[in-house]
Design a protein. Structure first.
Length: 206
């Protein structure tokens, strides 16, 4: 008890002031923390003007949309088939050089089929079915045979002269024959001056 009586008189005062300062600092810190939390919750800030919210929906200008459509080629076959390009696809028919090269590889060039030349002398018979010794009229055309005499021939194993001839006048000719040989009879006419022959006509004798 003697030591407490010897303590300075101002010691309790210093302890009390220190306690008050500590309580004040603690209370001030709590008030600051609460104030900062309130500012964050209410959205207030130190800046003078509030932040402007960005629009969530954007409608492009018509001119810009038109430019984008012109620049954009759209969906192509290359987009659908990324593994193949248009240059890699073979052409359906090939180029003329490809066809020529293929013909060269074969070593043979296909030639178009030629139709047999038409007879210069055209012959027809009427009727084509007759009775024995009935008249068979032979007529035809010979464009460049004016004045020519045409020999009638019948096929009997080989071509044999038939005792009848026809004269060409105006590019045409006519005559008739009679035969008792039954069955199929074949006739033609021949220009003996140049060896030109007509087509063959068939007549059946009943």
């Amino acid at each position: 008890m003697a030591e407490d009586d010897d303590a300075p008189w101002y010691r309790p005062l210093i302890v009390g002031v220190g306690a008050l300062v500590g309580v004040a600092l603690l209370v001030g810190g709590l008030i600051g923390v609460i104030a900062v939390g309130a500012v964050n919750v209410t959205g207030l800030s130190d800046s003078a003007s509030p932040t402007r919210a960005e629009p969530s929906l954007y409608l492009p200008d018509r001119a810009d949309a038109a430019d984008e459509q012109e620049d954009d080629p759209g969906l192509t076959l290359d987009d659908l088939n990324p593994g193949r390009s248009s240059s890699s696809r073979p052409s359906p028919s090939g180029t003329p050089s490809d066809r020529q090269s293929s013909q060269a590889k074969d070593g043979k060039k296909k030639e178009p089929k030629r139709k047999p030349p038409r007879s210069v002398i055209s012959l027809s018979a009427s009727p084509v079915e007759v009775s024995p010794m009935e008249r068979i009229y032979l007529s035809g055309t010979y464009p460049r045979g004016e004045g020519k005499s045409l020999q009638v021939q019948r096929r009997e194993g080989g071509w044999r002269d038939f005792p009848t001839s026809a004269s060409v006048s105006g590019g045409t000719f006519s005559s008739y024959v009679m035969t008792g040989q039954s069955g199929v009879n074949k006739f033609r006419v021949v220009d003996r001056s140049n060896g030109k022959k007509s087509n063959v006509v068939t007549v059946r004798v009943r």
